[in-house]
Write a protein of this length. Sequence first.
Length: 213
Amino acid sequence: MDDLRARLSHVLWIGGGPCVGKTTLSRLLAGTYDLKIYNADWHHVRGHRGRPGGVPPGWNELSMDERWVKPSPLALAEREIRNWTARFPLVVEDLLALPSTRPIVAEGPSLFPWCVAAVIGSPRQAVFLVPSPDFRAAVLARRGGGSATLTTDPDRASRNIAERDAILASRIVAACDELGLRHLSVSGSLAVSESAALLEAHFAPHLPSDYNV
């Protein structure tokens, strides 16, 4: 494991709940320091589906209602934790296959603290963002409502997913506290540039010494 931490010492991790602005902040950080971005969601949807363990068993056979309306919020949260944790080794494989000469910022809601903790050498390599309910709702509205709109009962699906996200947030915060990792609450009270500055300060020991010009 120490060898794996050394091989991934150039990787910074931004995890946390859905709809919190991880991708936006990653792009700002990457633009400032010429980092490569690894978007875990993109790879889960496109790159991992053809690989063993890339798609949860039976997922493709489920209807949208079976995915988002019928399960309880707790069942949804436990499903996501189980499936995303199981796919984390694929993320590690991807990152190990990339050149290590350029720092990488890996981001996505599937990057749970208990997964990331096993592959970092310093707590300053990772941060986890947790949205307030109002901030999450505002982001989701801007994105058009997400998967709930594809079900026969969008209202119930939306409630289920919102409660699922609240459960995930509480699990992430608890895990960070237990593992000594940093989590930040995002409510929208800070400008995007101010939030980016917080991440920049947190990651400072692992960022290049010069700005991207």
